[in-house]
Design a protein around this ligand. Structure first.
Ligand code: HEC
Length: 296
């Protein structure tokens, strides 16, 4: 190996290999290990020094050995060192074979017998690499034609549509697990018992002080009637809870303390109180909300 990979490549490659391994095995979060742990940096520097020293020592030893040889052996050593390694020789041979060139010595055999002002032409056959590529393209064309023309394979537009449909399903799946993605525009009434009971407990912790446990109202308006100050329907209610009521009225924006999914849950719970009869209902405030208007 040493013969055909020079030291200025060997040293950095080995060094970065070790540095990479260290980086891989030392868990340092987002920072590189050698920045987070100065000891690692020290270690890597040491590694570098050791690699360079080994290189130096080995080449010094080589030199000493070389000096101790007699002239004959020195000559043999040099020849041996200059020999091309086997696999590089193999690459060269294959390359020449693929070119299919005739050696210049044989050119007289393939020269054509016309001569234009001293310019002559060789009857070279096509280079093998070209021929093989051509044969492969013929096979490819046949397979391609059979697949798409005879057996009706999926065209690009079909493939695109399939992928699009798959992506849509994936997005739906994702939305199901990522309930926090809802906002006032996408929210829908949650009907699962678990969501409603979660909404109920959020309501009991945060809202009863002003809206009463049964939603009948106190400082805040009655939530059980069909009159709404800030608009009824899940989207408006979500918006009110998230952004708060009118300034100075006492209804704060809950988006600081509640997650979107929690706002959706408590909003759905409030809407489930519609039409119930609270113990001490507060007089209706605001406009009667008719659900159809929500669609506008
Ligand atoms: C500090 C008292 C207070 C608390 C706590 C409170 N609210 Fe309110 N809420 C109000 C007031 C006051 C209004 C009327 C706001 C207005 O008129 O703009 C209101 C309005 C509302 C409305 C709109 C009613 C309508 O008629 O449009 C909804 C919905 C609502 N609150 C839900 C909640 C929820 C859910 C919670 C708990 C997360 C909550 N509120 C906590 C005082 C409160």
């Amino acid at each position: 190996m040493r013969k055909f990979i020079p030291a200025y490549i060997r040293v950095p490659v080995l060094f970065f290999l070790i540095a990479g391994l260290v980086e891989y095995f030392v868990d340092s979060g987002n920072e590189p290990a050698f920045i987070k742990y100065p000891a690692v940096l020290l270690f890597l520097l040491l590694v570098l020094v050791v690699i360079i020293s080994i290189e130096g020592i080995v080449s010094a030893l080589d030199n000493v050995l070389f000096q101790s040889l007699n002239e004959d052996e020195k000559a043999r050593f040099i020849v041996n060192n200059e020999q091309t390694p086997k696999f590089i020789q193999w690459i060269k041979d294959t390359y020449i074979k693929l070119l299919g060139q005739r050696p210049i010595a044989d050119e007289s055999e393939i020269v054509l017998d016309h001569n234009y002002d001293g310019i002559r032409e060789l009857d070279n056959s096509l280079p093998p690499w070209w021929k093989y590529a051509f044969y492969i393209s013929i096979v490819f064309a046949i397979v391609y034609m059979l697949k798409y023309e005879v057996f009706d394979g999926d065209s690009q537009i079909d493939e695109y549509n399939t992928e699009l449909a798959e992506a849509k399903i994936a997005i739906e799946e994702y939305k199901k697990t990522a309930k926090d993605l809802v906002d006032a525009n996408t929210v829908t009434v949650l009907t699962d018992a678990s969501d409603l009971s979660a909404g109920k407990s959020i309501f009991e912790t945060n809202c009863v002080a002003c809206h009463m446990a049964d939603g009948g109202g106190g400082i805040g308006p009655n939530l059980t009637d069909d009159h709404w100050i800030l608009g009824g329907g899940i989207k408006n209610v979500f918006h009110t809870v998230s952004e708060g009521g009118r300034d100075g009225k006492g209804m704060i924006a809950w988006k600081q303390s509640l997650k979107p999914v929690q706002i959706a849950q408590v909003s759905s719970y409030i809407l489930s109180l519609q039409g119930t009869t609270p113990a001490k209902p507060k007089a209706a405030e605001g406009e009667i909300w008719v659900e159809e208007t929500a669609a506008e």
